[in-house]
Write a protein that binds this ligand. Structure first.
Ligand SMILES: Nc1nc2c(ncn2[C@@H]2O[C@H](COP(=O)(O)OP(=O)(O)OP(=O)(O)O)[C@@H](O)[C@H]2O)c(=O)[nH]1
Ligand SMILES: [Mg+2]
Length: 432
């Protein structure tokens, strides 16, 4: 689970920390040079192996100014302005033989940004569900990379400009793993606050970066958490309506929740309010039979809201604890089906509306949750198929973007494959 994000973060964080460390080293070398008498400094300089650097426009990738030949000081005083695309701002210094790599990186980031933007604007069908191979993530990445470099008393600072430049790699890693743009912005701001213009002890940089990132990601879940089993006891019958896009795992999640409730000695009624998709009622009937619970159903094509209403009335009459309403899968762009969903909610007056989203669909999942939230005001989220999601972008984004808690994580196709959401576990699964 989330192994790809873990690996990418590991790599990007390690590079980011090293770059910050490197940056600091450079500053300290300069400081030292000021203290050494001129002649000695020149002799020192000759001993050093100088690299060729050029300033690259981070927008168009063209070379802004060539650095003087080897052996000469590499500090530039040219203004950061690109005559090709008229971009101005922070121009990173890049080694000459790494220019092409840098340009590729620019292109990649621009494409990622464009894609994220397009995904926000274009209403598109969810991607076909391809279940990737599950790679067992290796353990203790960050333990290894945080192993202390000999700590020195010296402290130093990094500038705002330099930070933006260095954050680049981390931004790419987060984008590649489907983290929402809002989430990336938050992480960037948080890290900036921790690192920019603050004295940091040499050798403590990696620890500081990792601790800041952990705190920042942890805060993404700062919404009111719900203990479903406790909340359910507050009313009888307690009615929960499950919504989401096609095939996201609603029916399976309902069966898993029903199983959990039964284990907690709560009685359950299921409502087959997906009267739309062929075999949807039969699918739920199979679960009801297996679990030994009552299913309220009408015919295919009948009014879904009426089914939900009848299920609530049945539960009231039979003194049942919980009603779980299954609904048809729908895209937020299908206005008829969205209206139907609103009607189910209006008529059955659920105590909670739960969005079931596929973790594996990444940004789509986050975007869909947002749209459903706008339509019916969600109370919580179940993130299904986390067992086959290596990226984890939806898991770290969906709660922050909707401001609704993740209640459970679906981790397989069996009834017991439902884990209460646990922030610490999630952080551990991405190596933080
Ligand atoms: N690996 C894995 N598969 C899951 C999980 N949850 C659901 N599935 C599978 O996803 C597929 C679709 O699940 P359903 O429960 O039918 O999805 P749905 O949202 O009810 O689908 P529609 O009613 O067609 O909209 C099934 O093959 C499930 O077994 C999960 O947590 N992990
Ligand atoms: Mg279903």
């Amino acid at each position: 689970m989330f192994g790809f994000l873990k690996n990418k973060l590991k790599g990007a964080l390690s590079k980011f920390s090293k770059d910050v460390e490197e940056e600091i080293k450079e500053e300290q070398v300069e400081e030292k040079a000021k203290e050494i008498p001129k002649e000695e400094a020149k002799a020192e300089e000759k001993k050093e192996v100088k690299k060729h650097f050029v300033k690259i426009c981070p927008k168009c990738g063209s070379i802004n100014t060539t650095i003087p030949p080897a052996g000469m000081d590499v500090k530039l005083t040219v203004p950061d302005f690109c005559s090709d695309c008229e971009n101005s701002g922070v121009f990173p210094e890049v080694e000459e033989d790494k220019i092409e790599d840098f340009r590729k990186e620019i292109k990649k980031v621009e494409e990622q940004k464009l894609k994220a933007k397009e995904e926000k604007e274009i209403k598109k069908e969810p991607e076909p569900k391809v279940e990737p191979k599950i790679e067992k993530p290796k353990k203790g990445f960050f333990k290894k990379i945080t192993s202390k470099v000999s700590e020195k008393v010296t402290t130093t600072k990094i500038s705002d400009k330099k930070f933006d430049e260095l954050f680049w790699g981390l931004e790419v890693a987060l984008l590649e793993n489907n983290a929402a743009v809002e989430v990336i912005e938050k992480i960037k701001e948080d890290l900036k606050k921790e690192l920019v213009d603050k004295p940091i002890a040499r050798g403590r940089i990696q620890d500081t970066v990792i601790a800041s990132l952990k705190k920042s990601i942890s805060e993404l879940f700062d919404v009111e958490q719900i203990n479903l089993l406790e909340k359910i006891k507050s009313k009888k019958p307690f009615v929960i309506c499950f919504v989401g896009v096609n095939g996201s795992g609603k029916t399976t999640s309902i069966a898993k929740v029903a199983n959990l409730l039964l284990k907690n000695n709560l009685s359950v009624v299921l409502a087959a309010a997906d009267t739309f998709r062929a075999a949807a009622i039969d699918q739920l009937q199979l679960h009801a039979d297996k679990l030994g619970v009552k299913l309220i159903k009408h015919d295919y094509g009948s009014d879904a809201a009426a089914v939900a209403f009848d299920a609530v009335k049945h539960a009231e009459a039979k003194n049942k604890d919980v009603v779980l309403i299954d609904t048809a899968g729908r895209l937020h762009s299908d206005s008829n089906l969205i209206e139907e969903m609103k009607k189910i909610v209006r008529i059955s007056k659920p105590d909670m509306v739960v969005f079931v989203g596929e973790s594996i669909t990444g940004n789509d999942c986050t975007e869909q949750a947002q749209r459903f939230n706008e339509a019916v005001d969600l109370d919580g989220i179940i993130l299904s198929k986390a067992d086959v999601d290596e990226k984890g972008g939806a898991a770290i984004s969906v709660s922050y973007v909707t401001k609704k808690p993740i209640l459970y994580i679906g981790t397989g196709q069996e009834y017991d494959d439902l884990q209460p959401f646990n922030k610490e576990k999630l952080l551990a699964s991405i190596g933080l």
